[in-house]
Design a protein around this ligand. Structure first.
Ligand code: GDP
Ligand code: CA
Length: 321
């Protein structure tokens, strides 16, 4: 008899989240297991030129559909920027923030449905019908939540301005998520976590991707009380973020850029945290004992998501942990 197939929930941000999600889908297909539910960060969603952008939701949707731009790392493959040029000519939007034409089609469709009264969960459900994604996607919440960066010099910027315009070069003092205290988990989120056999934390930015998901009231409690094993994958390899600027975010919240420090930041479930196990890169083997002592099972694996096979091997190791 085949062993029962695991019910899997993944918490994820954009780029790291989508690579990992592709791996989870491939690993579950190999196991013949049902679709996973991916709970996606919506903390960096925003309104721009009258349309609703959902960067992480779109990154994951495009990647699962195979229509993402793998060279640039964001947006749609083969996109053009005619509308963007026209918006710039009008002085609309942000001059440092490019919106592709195909991408704008997504934003227009989404905004239209939101205006008709659909919730973000319903909109995502409708968008997911266009392509056979093989994964159930849920936004972390239907409430509008922002991410603001408080700078050392006292200014407050929208996360996208700080990240995209200033390339995270202005020293941050703190990150805030206006609206999060009143947000509720999107329908299905806490039920999926409660019914899961395994919950995976993708190797996403701990501060501005996984952080907001955990900060939606009720999500952390759901992780702490589920009978599922909660397994995280380190976004830090050998003391470095693999891509992007997550190290600046970690420093601002007082967390060292190391695999072990991020695991301790999430904490062991046996000590008020959310993790049962943590996947560490081979480069970080020396941290395993420290994590075990903190009550987090350490599993050492290659963690470079260089292609879908590599991501699938990581996902499979996480599922087995
Ligand atoms: P964003 O929302 O687009 O910023 O993307 P995420 O938050 O989902 O992921 C960003 C994080 O993914 C980065 O901080 C990296 O540390 C991590 N990451 C990117 N590529 C890899 C990889 O190949 N392996 C691992 N372990 N982490 C990665
Ligand atoms: Ca993001």
């Amino acid at each position: 008899m085949r062993p029962p197939q695991p019910r899997v929930v993944v918490l994820a941000g954009g780029v790291g989240g989508s690579k990992f999600t592709l791996g989870v889908r491939a690993a579950l297909r190999r196991l013949g297991a049902p679709e996973a539910t991916v709970v996606v960060n919506t903390g960096d969603d925003l309104w721009l030129s009258g349309v609703r952008l959902q960067p992480d939701v779109d990154s994951i949707t495009y990647a699962l559909a195979g229509v993402n731009d793998t060279v640039r790392g964001w947006g749609r493959a083969g996109d053009t920027e005619r509308v963007n040029e026209e918006l710039q000519a009008w002085g609309a939007g942000w001059p440092w923030f490019t919106l592709g034409d195909l991408d704008l089609g997504t934003h227009l469709a989404r905004t239209g449905w939101l205006r008709e009264g659909l919730t973000p969960t319903q909109v995502l459900g409708r968008m997911a019908q266009r392509w056979p994604l093989g994964i159930r996607l849920l936004p972390m919440t239907d409430s509008e939540v922002d991410t603001h960066v408080l700078l050392e010099d006292g200014r407050r910027l929208h996360f996208q301005e700080w990240w995209t315009r200033h390339r995270a070069q202005l020293p941050p003092r703190a990150f805030e998520n206006p609206g999060i205290a009143d947000a509720v988990p999107a329908p299905g989120v806490t039920d999926a976590i409660a019914a899961a056999d395994v919950v995976l934390l993708a190797p996403s930015n701990p501060v501005v991707s996984i952080g907001p998901i955990l900060a939606v009231p009720g999500v952390r409690e759901a992780l702490r009380t589920t009978s599922a094993r909660v397994v995280g994958v380190s976004p830090i390899i050998g003391g470095r973020v693999v891509r992007g600027m997550a190290d600046v975010c970690l420093t601002a919240i007082g967390v060292e850029t190391s695999a072990a420090a991020v695991a301790r930041h999430y904490g062991a479930r046996s000590a008020e945290g959310v993790l049962d196990a943590w996947l560490l890169a081979e480069e970080d083997t020396a941290s395993a004992a420290e994590l075990e002592a903190a009550g987090i099972r350490a599993v050492v694996r290659p963690l470079w998501m260089s292609d879908e096979d590599a991501s699938a091997a990581i996902a499979e190791a996480a599922l087995r942990a």
